[in-house]
Design a protein around this ligand. Structure first.
Ligand code: NDP
Length: 483
């Protein structure tokens, strides 16, 4: 596959280059080799993208919502038809195994395009009677939205932000992470091919500085970030200068609570899916696994046995189910956390090393005897590292699960359904799972509480964050005034 795109940016319906921008080398995490060379957006490119979006948004908002929805649904069909190629590209970009990308990336993006394409025509206002008079509301687009993405789910993030934004009649300028810049360009190409007017969905590349330039531009009405809490703080503060709308999808340190009465195999599956999918580079991962004392030994034994089923290798091989980390830098960061875990006295049950093979691999790692105050128990690691704790009572588990600055997700495995719902009600988290983990269907709201974020993506809830309500007061009779 030719992984070098036609040019670095996609603006106003075409590929655009400006070689004066800082060089971005795209590295395949399995070989460490450069697979594409791009350039960060210069101020001229940022300006071009925002001008195109500003102009195109007016035309796009003038289309009927049914027409806009049709474009999104057509884009979904194109994405599904090209799923294989898009998945191969996503695997080159991120290092995630094709076994995952072929079912979780372009397909998830297509779901978002299809869902919001279907919803577009139902985005309406309401009629509010006031005696003989009345008020009606109009749900209007915000204008130009900026999307800034993380590197773990590049296609999905580009679509989760783009689909609701476009359904509501906004235009978007999207900046992917410079680590994984390739697939968002394909999303832009596909939307244009599906009939979105030139300029409605633009992609520009760059490091944090390009994101920062976008956020503070007066032409921008909304900023949606998927990234870490430190970046979220900066972006939120910068957006506040212009009182811009924001969606912040940030990090997490989510709990997964397993009671003695849970089905052991299902609980182990949940812990595997919640820690090792995408080599652990998932924001909602349940990295703090609380196992009730009576189950703990059996859980660790079965988990270790099942981790023997991990198959590392060339991520493009459909038989490989565990890929390298996205970059050497990310692997170094995660290894730093593993060293801290050992130094602070946690028991390394398995993993913790680089396997003897090419690529930025790190073995799936499980720590037991972790205490709540250890670094690995408190900080987001964003790699294949699970911490296992034990507990005795439900109240204790809930209190310890919630004892974190984050609030993205939480899960519980138990056969007692009343307890499961009690736990879900008690968790301080935006997304909760009962006897499952890490599902993210487009139909359900997704987002965090506490430091994990502001706003929701997916579902009807996302419409709130990509539109604004205008009230129109209508008097039917004469108007009295005091003088
Ligand atoms: P970062 O926070 O490092 O970067 C996110 C994006 O923001 C990148 O495109 C980055 O550009 C850009 N950026 C960095 N600094 C600025 C700035 N000052 N102004 C504007 N934009 C800026 O996150 P990662 O890419 O490392 O992704 C991992 C993080 O993302 C984890 O914390 C994870 O939990 C979180 N995440 C959250 C999800 C959610 O839905 N809640 C989903 C996926 C990930 P550049 O890369 O060029 O620096």
């Amino acid at each position: 596959m030719n992984t070098q795109p036609t040019a670095s940016h996609f603006i106003d319906g075409k590929y655009v280059e400006d070689t004066a921008g800082e060089v971005i080398e795209v590295i395949y995490p399995y070989t460490g080799k450069v697979i594409a060379t791009l350039h960060a957006a210069t101020p001229a490119i940022v300006d071009q993208a925002l001008e195109a979006a500003k102009r195109a948004q007016k035309e796009w908002a003038g289309w009927t919502a049914t027409e806009r929805g049709r474009v999104l649904r057509r884009a979904a069909e194109i994405m599904r038809a090209r799923n294989h190629d898009l998945s191969v590209l996503e695997t080159y970009d991120t290092g995630k195994p094709y076994q995952e990308t072929s079912v979780a990336d372009a397909t998830s993006g297509a779901d978002a395009l299809e869902y919001f394409g279907g919803l577009a025509a139902s985005i309406t206002g309401e009629y509010i009677p006031l005696g003989n008079d009345f008020v009606y509301t109009r749900r209007e687009p915000l204008g130009v939205c900026v999307g800034i993405g993380a590197w773990n789910y590049p296609t999905q993030i580009a679509c989760w932000k783009g689909a609701p934004a476009l359904a509501c009649g906004n235009a978007m300028v999207f900046k992917p992470s410079e680590t994984t810049p390739l697939s968002a360009l394909k999303v832009a190409e596909i939307l244009f091919e599906a009939g979105a007017p030139a300029g409605v969905y633009n992609v520009i590349q760059g490091f944090g500085a390009v994101g920062a330039a976008l956020i503070t531009d007066p032409r921008v009405d909304k900023v949606s970030l998927t990234g870490s809490v430190p970046t979220g703080r900066k972006v939120y503060a910068a957006a506040a200068q212009g009182i811009r709308n924001v969606t912040m999808e940030l990090g997490g340190k989510s709990p997964l609570v397993i009671f003695d009465d849970a089905d052991l195999e299902n609980a182990v599956s949940g812990a595997i899916l919640g820690n090792f999918y995408s080599s652990g580079q998932v924001c909602s991962n349940g990295t703090r696994v609380f196992v009730q004392k009576g189950m703990k030994d059996a859980f660790l034994t079965r988990l270790t046995e099942r981790l023997a089923g991990v198959k590392m290798g060339d991520p493009q091989d459909p038989g490989v189910n565990f890929g390298p980390m996205v970059s050497e830098n990310q692997r170094d960061i995660v290894e730093g956390f593993i060293a801290k875990g050992v130094a602070e006295g946690a028991t390394l049950v398995c993993g913790g090393k680089r396997p003897d093979m090419p690529g930025f691999f790190l073995e799936p790692t499980v720590f037991a005897s972790v205490t709540d105050d250890m670094t690995i128990a408190r900080e987001e690691i964003f790699g294949p590292v699970m911490s296992v704790f034990d507990f005795e009572t439900e109240a204790e588990a809930l209190a310890r699960a919630n004892d974190t600055i984050y609030g993205l997700a939480a899960g519980v495995f138990t056969a007692d359904l009343t307890r499961a719902h009690r736990m879900a009600a008690g968790f301080a988290a935006g997304t909760c799972y009962i006897n499952t983990y890490n599902d993210a269907p487009v139909e359900a709201p997704f987002g965090g509480s506490k430091l994990s974020g502001v706003g929701r993506e997916n579902s009807k809830a996302a419409i709130e964050y990509y539109s604004q309500i205008k009230s129109v007061y209508v008097r039917m009779g004469d108007l009295e005034a005091p003088f």
